[in-house]
Design a protein around this ligand. Sequence first.
Ligand code: FES
Length: 142
Amino acid sequence: MEKDISRRSLLCGVALLSAGLSSAATPAIAATGVKILKNGKVEVTLKSNSALKKVGGVVRVDGVNGQSIALVRTTAAANGYTAINLSCTHQGAIVEQSGNEWACVNGHGATFTLAGKNLIGPATKALKQLPIKATALVVTIG
Ligand code: FES
């Protein structure tokens, strides 16, 4: 049986960026249409998250199996999404969106591109990518 995630149980943010992930983000709308499947995978319904129609759109989902994850539209292709775990690869703090980057909040200073590539240390590795499977209707993460 699948379990719906309530808005309250999630902290979801959506940001729109311009093509190529190169301009400032605008944190905005709470995402909807997110389910945790029995197998632990996360299903994001695309029609409920219009930000993902545009390259550079981001949907953030917190509190899923103890993780914070983000789904980023990286290309216009049908499978043009990247899912990342938002735990910093330095010491595990959750990163927060800052413009068109993810910034670690614990004061060490690491930053990452929205797709997870490490920009500034002390972290030296990219944010962990999660496998995805995309259809025209949903993206399943995990
Ligand atoms: S935990 Fe993120 S920079 Fe140290």
